[in-house]
Design a protein around this ligand. Structure first.
Ligand code: OXC
Length: 310
């Protein structure tokens, strides 16, 4: 195993800055243990809700040459189960992060209050799932996001991060950054999939996935430029005390390098992890190591955020 690049997220130490994204292969204890046994810098769970969910009807995930489309609909074991297995996950001696995606403000408050009493290291509050039928993405509604964070910070005793959707307008970057800067947020994970894309199979004349007439979250290569732009703009706008985790289309060491250059302190792997399994963390880490060594860099802080101007 080659050298890993350590980092911190709100003061919590990660042996490697390359971690799994919430979503693929992180729902069951077995899947989470496989992440524990990999070089992923943390174990991040599937977003949990108050009750267990089966999620949306299948087919609900498809790979395509430029990435993936999914409309999983938050299938998960329910937060109580994740609380029960935290002690087993802590045995891997890496930070355990629970992703929380309650279907209402009240659900989020209940889940976070329960997590306060556990050994979880960090909470990632997912305000950006595009696939729950009838539920808009909270983080596209700025007053709702403001209210959510105000209420959550009243109860949350753990270090809290927020999983953001991709933003596409400069004004929206300003709006979300102002909200995040005025609340007790320790990190942001930018970004979730691009919501409500449609991929059609011209042969069968049908969409690739079943839920919502084929509309789903777009991940992988399609997403990388948008994700990089979100990381970069948030790096410019957020108070330095808010760490940024880059996620969106990272499949190589060079991709990870670009995210750190844009300002990310850690990166998460979604589609590539889904496609390749837990070995992808070590491969991306090795590629990253040889790339930055060639450049003469020794640690992330040598180049983090230092994107050059043209
Ligand atoms: N983003 C999420 O936040 N959740 C999942 N898909 C996605 O793209 C899901 O469960 O649907």
């Amino acid at each position: 195993m080659s050298a890993m690049f350590p980092t911190t997220l709100c003061g919590v130490k990660l042996e490697s800055f390359i971690c799994n994204a919430s979503g693929p292969r992180c729902t069951t204890l077995q899947e989470l243990e496989a992440i524990g046994n990999s070089t992923s810098g943390a174990i991040l769970t599937k977003s949990c809700t108050k009750e267990a969910r089966d999620g949306n009807p299948e087919p609900r995930y498809q790979d395509v040459p430029l990435g993936s489309i999914n409309s999983m609909g938050l299938p998960n074991l329910g937060y109580k189960k994740y609380i029960e297995i935290i002690p087993q996950l802590k045995k891997f001696k890496k930070p355990v992060i629970v992703s929380v995606s309650g279907l209402s403000l009240g659900d989020n408050l209940e889940i976070i209050t329960a997590l306060n009493k556990t050994d979880v290291d960090l909470i990632e509050l997912n305000l950006s799932c595009p696939n729950v039928i009838g539920k808009p993405q909270v983080a596209y509604d700025f007053p709702a996001t403001e209210n959510m964070l105000t209420q959550v910070q009243k109860v949350c005793k753990k270090k809290l991060g927020v999983k953001l959707p991709p933003y596409f307008d400069m004004v929206h970057f300003d709006d979300i950054a102002a909200i995040l800067n005025s609340h007790k947020v320790g990190f942001v994970s930018a970004v979730n999939s691009i919501g409500n894309g449609l991929i059609i199979d011209p042969q069968t004349e049908r969409p690739l996935i079943k839920p919502k007439g084929g509309f789903g979250g777009i991940g992988g290569k399609f997403l990388k430029p948008t994700a990089l732009a979100n990381v970069r703009r948030l790096y410019e706008l957020l108070d330095r005390k808010i760490d940024i985790v880059g996620v969106g289309g990272i499949e190589s060491g060079v991709d990870a390098f670009e995210f750190v250059l844009a300002g990310a302190k850690a990166v998460q792997i979604g589609t590539a992890f889904m496609q390749q399994g837990p070995k992808c963390f070590e491969r991306i880490s090795n590629e990253f190591e040889s790339y930055v060594k060639k450049k003469g860099y020794r640690e992330l802080e040598d180049f983090r955020g230092k994107l050059k101007a043209l």
